[in-house]
Design a protein around this ligand. Structure first.
Ligand code: GAP
Length: 581
C-alpha cells in the first residue's frame, strides 16, 4: 500500500472507520471490521443506494440466506467455473494469484492476465522470470492450477448436505424467480434488489477493503422481455458518461471518450440500451455519494474477462493511488441464469406473456394407437408414443408419408402414420411463456466506502496550521452535526446538551463534545467529515442564537436555536446550501 492507501488505513483505524479483524490474534487476511464511523458511512451509502435503485425505481427488495445448497451453485456454474489461477511457492509455501504475479512482473505490460488460459500464463511466468513476492524463490517451474473461490460448508451435521456461502447475492434472487414473477403479476419488466454479504475465498486478499473475503454487495436484477421492453433512456440521454471501450483499450492511442448516453447508444459503443441507461442513471448517483468524477470511468470488459454468465459488461472504476478499481459491474446476463435453474430444477422460470389479442395457430397433435404400439414394440411403446408427440411438435412434415420413424435409446422405430392419429388443429392462444433476460448492476459497498473516503480526503491550512478533513457529502457523513459548549461552565454545557438531544430527536445524527480546546474539537469533527458544528457561547444565553460552522470553508453563521432542526436537515439533504443561509 502506498500514499492514499496508507493514509486511509491510518485514519481508518484511528478514527473508527475500519480495522483489521481479530488483530488480537494476529489478524486474518481479507476480513475487516467497520468501526462506528465506517459502519455509519456504509449505512448511509446503502440508504442512498436503496433510495435510488429500489424506492425511486419502484423495484422490490428481498433478503435471501447467505448459505445455499450445492445444487444452486451446480446450476449457476459457480462450482465449475468460479476459479482463479493459483501458484504455490516451493520456498515459503505462500499461495499467490498467478495472473496478478504476471501483471506485476511485467510492469503491467500484460494488463489482463486473468483472461488468459493457464498454459499461456505459464509461458509468461518464464518470460518474466516470475518470483515469489514473499521470499523471492523462482516460480517458473511451479504448476499453476484453478482454485474455486467459494467457501464450502456442511448444512446440518455430517457431510451429506454440502452448502456454500454465496459468492454473489444474485443467486438468492434467481432461484426464487417464479415467486417474484407472481408478485409482479407476471408483468415484465420488474426489478428485484438485495443488499447483503457475499463471500469469496480470495487467494491473495490485498489493498485493504478492495479485495477482501467477505464483503457487502448491493445488486439489482432487472428482468426484461428482450423482444418488447426498452429502457426509459430519455430520462438519462443527455447525461455525459466517461467511456473506455474495448476498442479504445486495444488501440495504441485510445483514451476515454466523453459521450452522452444517447450518443453511446446511437454509435453502438454501448451495445445494449439497458446497460447504457444504467450507466447514465448511476453517474448521478456516484456524484451524489461523493465519487470524484475526475477519478472515475466506465470500462468495458475485454472478451476474455467476461464472467461465465455475461454477454457484455461495463465496470464503473474509481482511481485510487494511481490504480483503477472496479466498484460496480453492469452486466447483461441474458437468460443464462434462468435457463440454468430451469434445466436443473423442476420449476418453470418463465412468465406468461399475454397477447393484446388472442391468436389462432395450427397445432400438430398425435394420439398414438397403443393397441397397435403395445403388441408391436412391447416395453418401448410408451417411449415411442412420447417421441411421436415431440416429433409432431418439432417437425410436422415428418408425418407427410405413410410411415414415420422415431429414435428411442439409439434405435430407430418405424410406425404407420395411420396408427399415430396425426392431425393439425387450429388452437386459440391468449399468450406464451417467455424466459426474461437479466440486466444487472452489481455494486461492491466496501469498495465504494473506500473510494468515497479516498476521494473525500483533503488537507489544507487553517490559522496557519495543517488541517485534515473529509469533504464528504453531508448525506454520507457518519455524523451530521457536532454540538459543543464553548466552555463546560455557566450553564453552557447543559444548554449544548439540550440542543444535541433535541436535534437527535429530529432524526439527525449528532455528537456532543465538551473536551479540549474548541479548535481541537473542530479538527476532530473535520477528520471524520462532520459537515456542521454548532457552538453554544455566552451570546446564546442572551439571545438564543448559536454559531454554525461549515466544515470545508470553515465559515461560520449565527442562527436561532429554533431554526436549527429545519435548517440542518435541509443542509444534510441538499435542499439548502450553507452560503445561502
Ligand atoms: N453478481 C455479479 C457479481 O458478483 P462481480 O463483478 O464479481 O459481479 C460485483 O462483483 C462487485 O462486487 C464488484 O464490482 C466489486 O465492487 C465487488 N467485489 C467483488 N469481489 C470483491 C472482493 N473480493 N472484495 C471486495 N469487493 C468485491
Amino acid at each position: 500500500m502506498t500514499g492514499e492507501g496508507e493514509r486511509l488505513a491510518e485514519l481508518g483505524k484511528r478514527r473508527g472507520f475500519f480495522l483489521q479483524t481479530a488483530a488480537a490474534y494476529g489478524g486474518v487476511a481479507g476480513f475487516y471490521t467497520y468501526g462506528p464511523q465506517g459502519a455509519a458511512l456504509k449505512d448511509n451509502l446503502e440508504a442512498a443506494w436503496r433510495d435510488r435503485y429500489v424506492t425511486r425505481e419502484g423495484h422490490m427488495e428481498i433478503s435471501a440466506p447467505d448459505v445455499m445448497p450445492e445444487a444452486v451453485f451446480e446450476a449457476s456454474g459457480h462450482l465449475e467455473t468460479f476459479d482463479d489461477m493459483i501458484v504455490e511457492c516451493s520456498g515459503c509455501g505462500a499461495s499467490h494469484r498467478a495472473d496478478h504475479l504476471v501483471e506485476d512482473h511485467s510492469d503491467s505490460t500484460v494488463a489482463d492476465a486473468e483472461a488468459l488460459p493457464i498454459p499461456e500464463v505459464e509461458t509468461l511466468f518464464s518470460e518474466y522470470d516470475v518470483t515469489c513476492p514473499d521470499c523471492a524463490t523462482a516460480l517458473t517451474d511451479q504448476p499453476i492450477e484453478d482454485f474455486n473461490l467459494m467457501f464450502e460448508t456442511n448444512i446440518g451435521p455430517g457431510s451429506s448436505s454440502p452448502g456454500y456461502l454465496r459468492p454473489e447475492t444474485a443467486q438468492g434472487i434467481f432461484v426464487e424467480f417464479p415467486q417474484w414473477a407472481e408478485y409482479a403479476r407476471n408483468q415484465l419488466p420488474f426489478g428485484v434488489a438485495q443488499i447483503g454479504t457475499a463471500y469469496r475465498n480470495e487467494i491473495s486478499p490485498r489493498k485493504s477493503l478492495i479485495r477482501v473475503r467477505e464483503f457487502t454487495q448491493a445488486e439489482l436484477e432487472h428482468f426484461i422481455d428482450p423482444e418488447a421492453d426498452d429502457p426509459p433512456i430519455e430520462r438519462v440521454e443527455d447525461v455525459t458518461v466517461p467511456l473506455y471501450s474495448v476498442e479504445h483499450q486495444q488501440a495504441d492511442d485510445g483514451g476515454i471518450q466523453e459521450l452522452t448516453v444517447r450518443e453511446a447508444v446511437d454509435e453502438g459503443i454501448v451495445a445494449d440500451p439497458w446497460i447504457a441507461f444504467y450507466l447514465g442513471l448511476s453517474k448521478g448517483w456516484y456524484e451524489r455519494v461523493g465519487v470524484d468524477m475526475d477519478r472515475f470511468r466506465y470500462r468495458q470488459h475485454l472478451p476474455g474477462e467476461l464472467s461465465h454468465y455475461a454477454a457484455d459488461c461495463w465496470d464503473a472504476e474509481s482511481e485510487i493511488d494511481g490504480d483503477w478499481i472496479e466498484i460496480t459491474g453492469f452486466a447483461y446476463r441474458g437468460d443464462y441464469d434462468l435457463k440454468k435453474h430451469a434445466d436443473h430444477s423442476d420449476e418453470e422460470f418463465t412468465v406468461f406473456k399475454q397477447y393484446d389479442e388472442p391468436i389462432t395457430v395450427e397445432q400438430p397433435t398425435v394420439d398414438p394407437n397403443m393397441g397397435y404400439l403395445g403388441p408391436e414394440f412391447g416395453g418401448k411403446a410408451e417411449a415411442i408414443a412420447e417421441e411421436l408427440a415431440a416429433l409432431a411438435a418439432r417437425d410436422p412434415d415428418a408425418f407427410a408419408d405413410e410411415t414415420v420413424t422415431v429414435e428411442v435409446d439409439g434405435d430407430a422405430y418405424t410406425v404407420p402414420v395411420a396408427e399415430t392419429d396425426f392431425a393439425v388443429e387450429d388452437v386459440t392462444e391468449s399468450g406464451e411463456h417467455i424466459m426474461p433476460h437479466i440486466v444487472e448492476p452489481s455494486f461492491g459497498v466496501g469498495r465504494l466506502v473506500y473510494t468515497v473516503l479516498a476521494h473525500a480526503y483533503e488537507e489544507d491550512r487553517v490559522d496557519g496550521k495543517k488541517r485534515t478533513y473529509l469533504s464528504l457529502p453531508p448525506e454520507m457523513a457518519p455524523t451530521t452535526v457536532g454540538v459543543f459548549p464553548l466552555m463546560d461552565k455557566d450553564g453552557l454545557g447543559e444548554r449544548a446538551s439540550d440542543i444535541a438531544s433535541d436535534l437527535r430527536g429530529t432524526g439527525l445524527t449528532v455528537t456532543y463534545d465538551d473536551s479540549g480546546a474548541i479548535g481541537r474539537r473542530y479538527r476532530r469533527q473535520d477528520e471524520i467529515g462532520t459537515p456542521f458544528c454548532v457552538t453554544v457561547d455566552y451570546d446564546t444565553v442572551e439571545d438564543d442564537t448559536v454559531t454554525v460552522r461549515e466544515r470545508d470553508s470553515t465559515d461560520q453563521k449565527r442562527l436561532r436555536i429554533s431554526e436549527l432542526p429545519e435548517t440542518l436537515t435541509a443542509l444534510r439533504d441538499g435542499n439548502r446550501s450553507f452560503v445561502d443561509l
